[in-house]
Design a protein around this ligand. Structure first.
Ligand code: MN
Length: 498
């Protein structure tokens, strides 16, 4: 995957013509210094671009129109160094189609006690200038993130850095083309949903393809390229002697190359398949789906286009961060007083970005679907904090759910389990987490991430206008149930559109 540096976040500072040229020159110099310091900070993965200070409604409108039209501009940072009367911003805020951060900062960290005079007071007014601006944004019911802190403070920088990651994910989400190869697993409900509404709200598109469309690409793969990829498998993973040169591994490599060609040819960033629609394919794509996820493609099994699109967005957000993110399914429980855990896995398709150590490449029967034995990567996942995220369609709206979990080391080996797996302890505990998850309608499929935190999904939900419910250490069932009821009313009143 490419880095995020080609994405731009524009740094726009508001002021007005009331303080004279010297103050405006200082304001511009300060703003440029701050923008450049963000841009050169390695925590911030995107380009932060300084834009000239805006002093009039016309200047604001001009730069907002440019931001709307610049395809690489994924968002704005807005800051009122001085007072900037907010009626000047109304017409611009009305047309802005990019997300923004309201950065509530101040050029100087501390008050120069012995020097401070009215010139200083005129120049350093963000404490009240940003409140005037904030009023208007709230008055217009515009969604935005407010970050408060000195611009040199690590917490401020980290919040901004993470927000730019989310903005990049949101940008990618809006342009995601999902290929639904085969349709949905028969009779399954939660993986379905309103694809037209999803496109209206988020811009992403989901279109169906016959398995034959993929098979055509698989059949065109050369023996030479197949042999090269088999060698790569053998060099990269632990492969037993019987699997190394097996027909199964060759078939799997051919499927991976065909799938990559299919995805590139159609300019798709995410895909789904299902074990029930595999006519013409020898195996369910296992190692192929796993390795495509690792390269940043979104994936959802059994036709799950919502999880596929969500994983794509998360894969854009988490570039360069430690931990990894994967398609996941709550598979089976270990009930144990006080420390119950969930074993997460799938039939095959878990992303090796979350693997602890070198994955093993194995071939085993799938036991459903009636196809040949598929190759897959088998591995464990290191302990540590993680989140499970689900995106569902409630009929009148979409809902995001987050459950904060702690991945834990299994106390026992799993010598007969032929799939990648992770064991986690959900917060507040398994009983309440699963109770809340089920009451909120959360899916069995999720995006599991050790790379991003709940805050990323909070920012994402806000940008996209999606309802979000969170299950964490502080969740109590009584409050959670009330929240679900209040949300029914809230989303009945407010039609959220991105
Ligand atoms: Mn599944």
């Amino acid at each position: 995957m490419n880095s995020l540096k080609h994405y731009e976040v524009w740094f726009i500072t508001g002021s007005q013509h009331l303080y004279g040229d010297q103050v405006l020159r200082n304001v511009a110099a300060h703003a440029e210094e701050i923008a450049k310091s963000f841009d050169s900070n390695s925590l911030i993965p995107v380009t932060i671009k300084y834009k000239a200070v805006v002093k009039t409604p016309e200047e604001i409108l001009t730069v907002f129109r440019q931001a709307n039209n610049e395809v690489n501009c994924i968002g704005l940072v807005l800051w009122m160094h001085t007072f900037s009367p907010a009626k000047m911003w109304i017409n611009s805020l009305k047309i802005l189609s990019k997300p923004f951060v309201h950065l509530h900062t101040q050029y100087n960290a501390e008050i120069p006690w012995s020097e401070i005079d009215m010139d200083f007071m005129n120049e350093n007014q963000s404490a009240h200038g940003d409140r005037e601006f904030g009023f208007m944004v709230s008055r217009m019911r515009k969604r935005r993130k407010v970050i408060v802190g000195h611009w040199n403070d690590q917490q401020t920088i980290l919040q901004l850095a993470n927000w730019t990651r989310v903005a990049a994910g949101w940008h990618a989400f809006q342009h995601t083309r999902v290929a639904r190869i085969g349709d949905n697993m028969r009779e399954v409900a939660v993986t379905e949903g309103d694809k037209v509404e999803a496109q209206i709200q988020w811009g992403l598109s989901v279109n169906g393809y016959g398995v034959g469309d993929l098979v055509k690409f698989v059949n065109e793969v050369s023996d030479q390229d197949t042999a090269k990829l088999v060698k790569e498998y053998n060099d990269t993973y632990e492969v037993s002697a019987s699997v190394k040169s097996s027909q199964s591994l060759k078939d799997a490599a051919r499927i991976e190359l065909g799938l990559r060609a299919f995805m590139n040819n159609g300019n798709f960033q995410a895909f789904t398949d299902t074990f029930e629609n595999l006519h013409g394919l020898k195996q369910l794509p296992g190692i192929a789906s796993q390795r495509l996820m690792q390269n940043g493609f979104g994936f959802g099994a059994e036709g799950d286009w919502k999880t596929a699109a969500l994983l794509r967005a998360v894969k854009v957000m988490d570039q360069g961060l430690a931990g990894g993110s994967s398609f996941m399914e709550d598979y089976t429980y270990n009930f144990q007083n006080g420390s119950s855990t969930v074993l997460g896995a799938h039939m095959l398709e878990i992303c090796p970005s979350i693997a602890n150590g070198k994955p093993r490449c194995e071939v085993h029967p799938l036991s459903i679907g009636g196809k040949e034995d598929p190759a897959r990567l088998v591995f464990d996942v290191d302990s540590g904090p993680a989140i499970n995220v689900s995106l569902i369609d409630l009929g009148n709206r979409f809902r995001l759910l987050v459950n904060e979990v702690e991945a834990v080391k299994p106390e026992h080996d799993l010598p007969k389990l032929p799939v990648a797996r992770v064991l986690w302890k959900p917060y507040p505990d398994l009983n309440r987490a699963a109770q809340a998850w089920i009451l909120a309608g959360g899916a069995h499929h999720t995006v599991f991430s050790k790379a991003i935190t709940t805050q990323f999904i909070e920012d994402f939900a806000d940008m996209a206008g999606i309802e979000l419910v969170i299950i964490d250490k502080d969740t109590t069932m009584r409050e959670f149930n009330e929240k679900l009821k209040w949300n029914e009313v809230y989303y009945h009143i407010f039609q959220h559109r991105a």
